[in-house]
Design a protein around this ligand. Structure first.
Ligand SMILES: [Zn+2]
Length: 445
């Protein structure tokens, strides 16, 4: 299995720290609004990564945080005349609804900043104690110049950063590059510490949570490319200073989703919320996976529509195949795949996923299999082949997170369908029509 490691800037063989177990952390949302379709990309990408490992019988310990302390949350709370918790709880609930609607798993570890304050404060205190951070008038800053590795992830040189940085008015900092670990303030939600009354900077949250949840360097840290600098760079800086490792052995970054060529942002006003997306969400998920996760992805209603139609076809064929097997008592839970064409397609699917999660190629494999299934469905049923194909398509859909619930027929409904088919063969049109109406009313055809 190869993964492109953004930290080393190369494709590497993936070897988890502990055999059979994968530890993953993905930066989560700041909960002051609904998520837009650009925010949905890392959700779907890293859920697919998790699913693939799980399909290989690996245990995945997956964590992603909620930033529930932030200027934007405080501002929104003031605007709406409520407390911060009311705002954050509302949008955490909305986020998890959106995640579930994208068929992404919600059963993962979800730390919140408000529940991590003692750990975060301790983390900052320790950075001060070892000389990597300093307190100035109640604020605490990280001493960037002390860390020679700074800039490695985002490929920036310390000297260039210093030369490029604007002369700041903030004279409290030793260097303009030093980033805030603790901000002195009594406005909004805040905590009492040895440094001052205030609240933490964003960059310490993730590293303090990762340290507490995993207790060691993790396998994979994920997030969008836009978080690489400064957020991930600053996570790494603190972790090297305190724990002598780069947080994760593999850093994975997904590319941006653009709206008709432009960056989606609330200030431009071109935001499309996931909750407002008026199409089948699995079709949207398929659209997200149709481009390799590291490449930028252009969204337009027309581009999405291609996948709405594509998904309808897949769904229809999968349902048709399942119904045929069910009706003829051919649904088998345990089946060995022996058909050479199915084996070949499966191998292509797996090789694609093993190559840094090449989901566009994996979708091509799914497409090939669907084509073969559609052809076989038009012929005299070869149940052995169809059962194997059913098993294979089930597996592919699960890994891509495109799986959906299929209901088995009750014995009564099976008989109804069989009677209807027989009436049609016998040209008993009156009975056929009567049975057809019953089947339609039951939603079976
Ligand atoms: Zn983070």
């Amino acid at each position: 299995m190869k993964i492109f490691n953004s930290y080393t800037n190369q494709l590497e063989t993936f070897v988890p720290r502990h055999k059979g177990v994968v530890s993953m952390y993905v930066c989560g949302p700041t909960v002051y609004n609904y998520i837009h379709i650009g925010n949905a990309r890392p959700v779907v990408v890293f859920d697919t990564v998790r699913r693939y490992f799980e399909s290989k019988s690996m245990k995945v310990k997956f964590a992603s945080n909620f930033t529930d302390v932030d200027d934007k949350i405080i501002q929104k709370a003031i605007d709406e005349g409520v407390d911060e918790k009311t705002i954050s709880e509302k949008y955490i609930k909305a986020f998890l609804n959106d995640v579930a609607s994208l068929n992404s798993r919600t059963d993962y570890i979800k730390p919140k900043v408000t529940e991590y304050m003692p750990k975060i404060i301790d983390y900052i205190q320790e950075l001060i104690d070892i000389g990597y951070a300093y307190e100035m008038d109640g604020d605490v800053y990280f001493r960037v110049a002390k860390l020679k590795e700074y800039g490695h992830l985002s490929n920036r040189k310390l000297d260039d950063l210093i030369a490029g940085s604007r002369v700041e008015i903030n004279e409290k900092k030793e260097s303009p590059l030093d980033f805030t670990l603790w901000k002195r303030t009594t406005e909004g939600i805040h905590w009492h510490t040895n440094f001052s009354e205030g609240r933490p900077g964003w960059h310490t949250e993730c590293v303090a949570m990762i340290e507490d949840i995993f207790g060691e360097e993790i396998d994979i840290h994920g997030g969008g490319t836009d978080l690489m600098f400064p957020h991930h760079e600053n996570e790494i800086a603190q972790s090297i200073a305190k724990n002598h490792h780069t947080v994760a052995r593999y850093w994975m970054h997904n590319g941006r989703l653009n709206l008709e060529g432009e960056k989606m942002s609330k200030s431009v006003g071109n935001v499309v919320f996931v909750k407002d997306l008026n199409v089948n969400k699995l079709a949207f998920r398929m659209f997200l996976l149709s481009t390799h996760y590291r490449s930028p992805l252009n969204y337009s209603p027309e581009a999405l529509d291609v996948f709405v139609k594509e998904w309808q076809k897949v769904q229809k064929s999968v349902e048709q195949l399942y119904r045929l097997l069910d009706l003829n008592d051919q649904l088998q839970d345990a089946i060995t795949i022996t058909a050479s064409d199915i084996i070949e397609t499966n191998q292509y699917f797996e090789a694609s996923m093993e190559a840094d999660f090449n989901t566009p190629n994996a979708l091509t494999a799914l497409n090939q299999l669907m084509k073969a299934i559609n052809q076989k469905l038009r012929q005299k049923p070869d149940y052995e082949w169809l059962s194997q194909a059913n098993k294979s398509v089930e597996q592919m859909l699960f890994i891509l997170g495109l799986d959906f619930k299929l209901e088995r027929l009750s014995n009564e409904n099976k008989s109804l369908i069989k009677d209807w088919e027989k009436a049609r063969i016998d040209k008993n049109f009156e009975l056929a029509d009567e049975l057809r109406q019953i089947l339609v009313s039951k939603g079976l055809i």
